[in-house]
Design a protein around this ligand. Structure first.
Ligand code: SAH
Length: 245
């Protein structure tokens, strides 16, 4: 039942999947779960199989040209997409795919600023190429490894997006100093006790001198990024020299 007096969710997610019972899953608890209950975002998981037209409710078939595995049929997928996302739907339509553009914090931020997303989860060997073009699907990868299906990838995308929606994170400032938001990985974090197994918290962090703390954090963020992600460090340095030119 939808409550007519409740404001429409700011971010509307539709997920198309052969396993709707996997949603909201981990997004039903903690920050995302509370935001879902409050109506900050909405999530509808739709069973793709409901759009199959034959007696056996077939959603896949053998690959044209031969080879192992099965491919998801374009007609069934298109019918499922059209049912949740009319032609004038302003939301981006994402296809979870190891061939897609790797997900970045910038793309996550852009999604969070928009009206929502329609997310198609692949299974088997993937989906017929024609539905990708004809329904304007944007292929998104969550990393260079292969999952058994797009559901876990969709949960990753939504988790990253939902935490950025207004009012979801307790401390709004924490979203801006984190890894990737500044183009750098985050500095090390410490909390009590002051000594843990004989190892002390770096004294500067207990000095109360916010200027010195900022300098230390920035220096550490640069060091960690240089050591662990030379690609990000190089891009950061290049970006800085461009903006200073
Ligand atoms: N044969 C495909 C892999 C299919 S894996 C290939 O070699 O490219 C089955 C489904 O899992 C995919 O259709 C996709 O929806 C999902 N998936 C697998 N790995 C993924 C990843 N790294 N990112 C996003 N989705 C992924």
């Amino acid at each position: 039942m939808t409550d007519a007096s409740a404001p429409a969710a700011a971010f509307r997610a539709d997920v198309l999947t052969l396993y709707p019972e996997m949603f909201p899953g981990p997004l039903g608890v903690s920050l995302a779960g509370r935001a879902l209950a409050r109506g900050t975002w909405s999530l509808t998981a739709t069973q793709i199989r409901d759009f199959a037209t034959d007696r056996h409710r077939t959603v896949d078939d053998t690959p044209a040209g031969g080879g192992p595995g099965m491919v998801m049929r374009p007609d069934v997928l298109a019918a499922a997409i059209d049912a949740v996302s009319p032609a004038d739907d302003p939301r981006p339509r994402l296809l979870m795919s190891p061939r897609g553009a790797p997900l970045t914090q910038a793309r996550v931020r852009a999604l969070a600023a928009g009206p929502g997303a329609v997310i198609l989860c692949g299974r088997f060997e993937g989906v017929d190429e024609r539905v990708i073009g004809r329904r304007g699907l944007e292929e998104v990868s969550i990393g260079d490894y292969v999952l058994s299906g797009g559901e876990v990838a969709a949960l990753v995308v939504l988790d990253a997006v939902v935490r950025l929606l207004p009012g979801v994170m307790g401390n709004a400032a924490s979203g801006h100093t984190e890894s990737f938001e500044t183009g750098l990985l985050e500095h090390p974090q410490y909390t009590r006790p002051a000594a843990f197994e004989g190892e002390e918290i770096p004294p500067v962090l207990l000095s109360g001198d916010h200027g010195k703390v900022d300098v230390w954090r920035r220096t550490e963020a640069l060091r960690i990024t240089r050591e662990r992600r030379p690609d990000l460090h190089a891009a950061h340095v290049a970006g800085k020299s461009r903006s200073e030119a």
